[in-house]
Design a protein around this ligand. Structure first.
Ligand code: GLV
Length: 307
């Protein structure tokens, strides 16, 4: 049984070393040196070339090296027999909690604004911004952790998801018909959704018309959730007071992209939650063993839902 790591444009040596540390006998191949294609039963992927996975006739599991699986599902030529899994670990959720809380507190306490004042040697104390309501779009395992974290920081949290959820101390909404209600009083809107045909371009003009005037947007889902021109308009019209973006349609963000220089866009390089190699190796190996023993796989995705 052979495990293949297929992550073009990434140095995967540390991941291979971490897997071999867990099991020195593990037969690991690193793409493009795949060896006999019929050996490969388990593949760890990130942004694989379309059609590539069909070359392995005995492939059983396609394991995402991240929480998202949109990079896998966009391949129209996936082997039908293979099961797709995503990466779920506490470190991914914890980082996301800290990132979102950090961005909201930065905005609330005007830290970036004061940094600009500092550059201009300008002394002008102000009260913190008052809004306290956060609407989370997406209540999967990361969304749920973020909801709890922000509630513990005394934010009033609303949550919106595709299907109904019942969460202690959080008012939840679901489905397209309840989106307006979820957004109506939100000061901060955080997109944590998986990218699916239903959620592509969800952050568009129609969406921004539903938000409270002056709301602040945080997108940590995927670039494909956001209509970039509509965001620029919403900022220009002050429907949104600002936006923090961690994900983009094209990554790295091209140098001439207007987001780089926009005064009310704060951006980070897809770094809100970064896969921890050691923890990921353990999770991926656990599922590799499950596959070998014919046990149910952890974090298997639902192909109908697309996440
Ligand atoms: C990162 O974006 C991930 O999917 O883990």
């Amino acid at each position: 049984m052979t495990l293949l790591i297929l992550m073009p444009d990434r140095d995967v040596t540390a991941l291979a070393t971490a897997l071999n540390k867990i099991n020195p006998d593990l037969d690991i191949r690193i793409w493009p040196e795949v060896g006999p294609t019929q050996d490969i039963e388990y593949v760890i992927v990130w942004n694989h070339p379309s059609g590539e996975l069909n070359k392995f006739p005995n492939l059983k599991v396609i394991a995402s090296y991240g929480a998202g699986v949109d990079h896998i599902l966009k391949d129209p030529d996936l082997p039908e027999q293979a099961i797709i899994t995503r990466l779920v670990d506490d470190s991914l959720s914890r980082q996301m909690c800290e990132y979102i809380a950090g961005v909201i507190l930065n905005q609330r306490l005007r830290l970036t604004e004061y940094r600009e004042y500092q550059a201009a040697t300008h002394w002008s104390p102000k009260a913190p911004r008052s809004g306290n309501v956060v609407c989370l779009l997406g209540l999967g395992n990361i969304g749920l952790e973020v909801a709890r974290y922000l509630t513990n920081l005394n934010f009033t949290v609303r949550g919106w998801s595709q299907s109904p959820k019942d969460i202690d101390r959080i008012k939840t909404f679901h489905g397209p018909n309840q989106l307006d209600a979820a957004l109506t009083d939100a000061d901060y809107i955080v997109c944590l959704l998986p990218l699916t045909p239903q959620t592509t371009n969800i952050l568009d003009k129609t969406f921004f018309h539903k938000t409270k005037k002056g709301a602040y947007l945080i997108n940590v889902g995927r670039g494909g959730h956001l209509n970039e021109d509509d965001l620029m308009d919403a900022l220009y019209q002050e429907q949104l007071s600002g936006a923090c973006l961690d994900v983009f349609r094209t990554e790295p963000l091209p140098e001439d992209h207007p987001f780089w220089r926009h005064p009310r866009i704060y951006l980070t390089p897809h770094s809100a939650s970064v896969t921890n190699i050691g923890l990921a190796a353990r999770k991926l190996y656990e599922n590799y063993l499950n596959m070998q023993k014919n046990l149910p796989l952890l974090n298997r995705i639902n192909m109908t839902k697309g996440y």
